[in-house]
Design a binder for this molecule. Structure first.
Ligand SMILES: CC(C)(COP(=O)(O)OP(=O)(O)OC[C@H]1O[C@@H](n2cnc3c(N)ncnc32)[C@H](O)[C@@H]1OP(=O)(O)O)[C@@H](O)C(=O)NCCC(=O)NCCS
Length: 162
């Protein structure tokens, strides 16, 4: 099992998470986003060569006022706080429940924390309540008034991999 940057050798057509926007993005948009430096898609490749899952990483920034008060108190008063966006994460429905989702998330956090470019947190936009629960179980915290947008501070992620 390997995690690789998406390339032309990966079979995108047969990937099926069952969530139409995530499948459509993977088939039609992910390659373009990579070429135009909008996001880097990573794929989980099984020993058979099948793509079992994917996620994307890119840079983002979050308005200072969007963070919880206890976080703002510790930050300098910059209008935008740099962060890393885990834009999409999906596992093929034929391969769910094997730990691949958690494995891909850990891989994404590891890549984010290894970067030399400063980033205060990893941000995710959960597509629904079920996705929110998945991220909360992995220690992500919701933004106030935005329960489907969650973050995990990079300092916390760094401790995870110490
Ligand atoms: C969410 C998703 C990535 C999880 O992938 P997966 O490979 O099935 O998950 P894992 O096998 O790694 O599960 C890891 C843990 O999370 C739990 N989990 C999985 N999906 C969950 C969900 N939707 N809600 C809450 N917990 C969930 C599992 O029970 C497991 O916990 P355990 O170890 O205590 O049993 C996958 O279900 C998926 O692609 N869903 C559709 C797209 C989606 O919702 N993406 C999320 C970002 S918007």
């Amino acid at each position: 099992m390997r995690v690789e940057v998406l390339g032309p050798q990966h079979d995108r057509a047969s990937f099926e998470s069952g969530v139409e926007p995530l499948d459509r993005y993977f088939r039609t948009q992910a390659g373009q986003d990579a070429r135009k430096n909008m996001a880097t898609p990573f794929v989980l490749v099984l020993p058979t060569g099948a793509v079992a899952g994917y996620y994307t990483l890119s840079s983002t920034a979050v308005n200072i006022g969007d963070w919880p008060d206890q976080i703002i108190r510790r930050l300098p008063r910059y209008p935008l706080i740099p962060a890393t966006l885990l834009g999409r994460l999906a596992v093929d429905r034929r391969h769910r429940g094997n730990g691949y989702g958690r494995f891909l998330l850990a891989d994404a956090l590891f890549r984010a924390v290894r970067s030399e470019i400063a980033s205060f947190a990893v941000i995710v936009d959960a597509k629904d309540e079920s996705a929110r629960r998945f991220y909360e179980r992995e220690s992500f915290l919701p933004f106030p008034d935005r329960p489907l947008k969650l973050f995990r501070p990079m300092a916390d992620i760094a401790q995870l991999f110490q």
